[in-house]
Design a protein around this ligand. Structure first.
Ligand code: F6R
Length: 615
């Protein structure tokens, strides 16, 4: 939520900050702003809405700029105060000499604001961030040193923050600080960077320092100093970023989402690489740092996650219980943190997160860590805060995901759960070996089958065209594909804003069937050969009898399906237990094409942000 970029150096400052913000736009797009140190002047630009508006504003006012040599920029996902020009960052102190950009929420901002108003500060916005600007200015007046002023200020802040501060008196120096919100420093030659996330700097440098909570970075063109809250110097490790800049290009696709959907076969190959190559050999999951004897005795697992990652967790529960016979609880992180959980040192707690920055999941993991549970993190960002909390870390290697709607990271999480469930079953010797061999064989075949779907999307496009005008959908399934119904419906609602609900097919007749008529299509997931096929077919008949339009997502070649259903999306056959890894792809495509036909902003749906760093 919210993206920050700071830059001091030799390049075109506006260009570096603008490109950095562009690569962070997944974090929010309610408003954008930039403050520049320009030959003794502090210039501020703000616009409402997407970054393109800031670009146009900067273009129009280009002649004002002489030679900016440093600056800070921000894109906002509104928390306190509506998206408006006055609430857009950067925020300034009363005299306008100090500027701040901020990601996070200051919980005690009201008290601080009252105290600062009493001291004569002139507040203009409804944001919590403006409090930081006045507070640091107040401390600066006493300390006459920006780093000290920031340190003394953050001691008074409660909540979450990543901030960058500049002062007109000290050009070409940026002070950054963080607590419970991500921030990193990029190290260059004759230039340095501060940012919320790596995509902002990857084009310029791979050398990075990750700030920890309560650390302060003082960044100039040729120096980076990191200190702790008491002013002690901290010697930080410089890490090399694993990404390539090309990951941030659409490579000819109309949207990042479509590109990322199409990357899934390779993503799956990547996840399997080195872990599963021979069906006769055990899965190699050396990332799980629990000794075999403890794993054998393990009788409880809790999985915590949000959104799409939560859906992957539901599949994970099904697989681990089925293959390894270990009882698994799955819970939304935002619920887990507000009750007494039964976690203990004999429980394995798994956190699942694409970004590794989701605030609710981080809090939940910390809560479990306090109870001495072993923490296993499954994430696409091994460089994230969540990954740093892990006792065991499974990086899913999906590559950077830019589109706000998660697609390839979901597939990568699913495959990680297949590997984990097989690994546990092999250690516990809880599953028939031939059965596991077949599953492994199917896993290796999976990318090719998904390529088959991706090579001909005409039936999905036709279905999208036919159904794009409907206002409500129900997606039904049973068993392991219930999570696919949830995930397919989530994809549809988040990018097309159509009301879609994933529901257990057997529960339809316990209430939701009352809503069914010709205006409410029902999409049913039917995988033949498994234990749920006939039942979902009957539930579809029941919906048909209430005049609902029916869509089948199936690998069945049965002609009866074509008679019963209005539209059929056919997929290559895989066994039921493996099918979530394949059914997710046409469901992602269906949501994509519907949103496309409706002219929605597919990659940046309204009100959302990719990295949810507030609880
Ligand atoms: C949906 C989506 C969100 C995220 C959720 C958790 O497409 O992207 O529902 O899945 O915000 O995010 P992570 O996985 O980063 O913890």
């Amino acid at each position: 939520m919210c993206g920050i970029v700071g830059y001091v150096g030799k390049r075109d400052v506006v260009d570096v900050i603008f490109k950095g913000l562009t690569n962070l736009e997944y974090r929010g797009y309610d408003s954008a702003g930039m403050a520049l140190q320009d030959c003794g002047e502090l210039r501020i630009y703000k616009t409402l809405g997407k970054l393109i508006n800031l670009k146009n504003e900067l273009e129009e006012r280009k002649s004002e700029l002489k030679h900016p040599t440093s600056g800070i920029g921000h894109i906002r996902w509104a928390t306190h105060g509506s998206p408006s020009l006055v609430n857009a960052h950067p925020h300034t102190c009363s005299c306008g000499r100090l500027v701040v950009v901020h990601n996070g929420i200051i919980e005690n901002y009201k008290e601080l604001r009252e105290q600062l108003i009493k001291k004569g500060c002139n507040f203009r916005s409804q944001t919590d961030t403006e409090t930081i600007a006045h507070l640091v200015a107040d401390e600066y007046a006493k300390a006459k040193d920006l780093e000290t002023a920031v340190r003394n200020s953050i001691k008074q802040l409660q909540g979450a923050y990543a901030i960058c501060v500049m002062h007109k008196d000290v050009p070409n120096l940026i002070v950054g600080a963080r607590k419970h919100a991500p921030m990193l420093v990029g190290i260059g030659e004759d230039e340095n960077f501060i940012a919320s996330d790596t995509p902002a700097i990857i084009e310029y440098t791979k050398k990075t320092i990750y700030l920890e909570d309560n650390e302060i970075a003082v960044v100039t063109k040729d120096s980076v100093k990191i200190t702790d809250i008491n002013g002690n110097t901290v010697n930080k490790k410089i890490e090399m970023l694993p990404w390539e800049p090309v990951a941030l290009s659409k490579l000819g696709y109309k949207h990042f989402m479509l590109k990322e959907i199409n990357e899934q076969p390779d993503v799956i190959r990547n996840v399997l690489n080195g872990k599963l190559y021979d069906i006769d050999a055990p899965v190699n999951l050396s990332e799980v740092k629990i000794d075999k004897e403890t794993l054998k005795k393990l009788n409880k697992i809790q999985i915590i996650a949000c959104g799409t990652s939560l859906h992957a967790a539901i599949v994970g529960k099904y697989l681990i219980e089925d293959f390894a016979g270990i009882s698994v609880e799955v819970e939304a992180s935002s619920e887990y943190i507000y009750r007494k959980t039964t976690t203990d040192s004999s429980t394995l707690v798994i956190g699942v997160s694409q970004s590794g920055e989701t605030a609710d999941t981080i809090t939940a993991i910390k809560q479990a860590k306090e109870k001495n549970s072993h923490i296993l993190i499954i994430t696409n960002r091994p460089d994230s805060n969540m990954a740093r909390l892990a006792d065991s870390l499974i990086p899913v290697n999906a590559g950077i995901e830019v589109s706000v709607a998660a697609t390839k990271s979901y597939s990568a999480q699913l495959i990680s759960f297949y590997l984990l469930a097989i690994h546990l079953a092999e250690i516990k010797d809880s599953m028939d070996k031939e059965y596991l061999k077949n599953i492994k064989h199917e896993l290796i075949q999976l990318p090719t089958k998904i390529e088959e779907i991706l090579s001909n999307t005409s039936s999905i496009q036709e279905c999208a065209r036919k159904f794009s005008s409907y206002k409500n959908f129900i997606y039904i399934a049973r068993g392991v594909n219930l999570a696919s119904a949830y995930e397919g419906a989530l994809k549809l609602k988040e990018i097309s804003y159509i009301n879609a609900t994933g529901y257990p097919a057997g529960e339809l007749k316990h209430g939701p069937i009352a809503m069914l008529d010709e205006t409410m299509p029902v999409l049913a997931i039917l995988i033949p050969g498994g234990i749920t096929y006939e039942k979902v077919l009957s539930n579809s008949e029941e919906a048909k009898a209430r005049n609902a339009k029916l869509i089948a997502l199936t690998s069945s070649t049965d002609k009866a399906i074509d008679t019963l259903f209005d539209n059929v999306i056919r997929i290559p056959h895989v066994s039921e237990v493996l099918s979530p890894a394949i059914t997710c792809v046409p469901l992602q495509l269906l949501a994509y094409y519907i949103a496309e036909f409706l002219g929605k902003d597919v990659d940046q749906p309204r009100n959302l942000a990719k990295s949810v760093t507030v609880e």
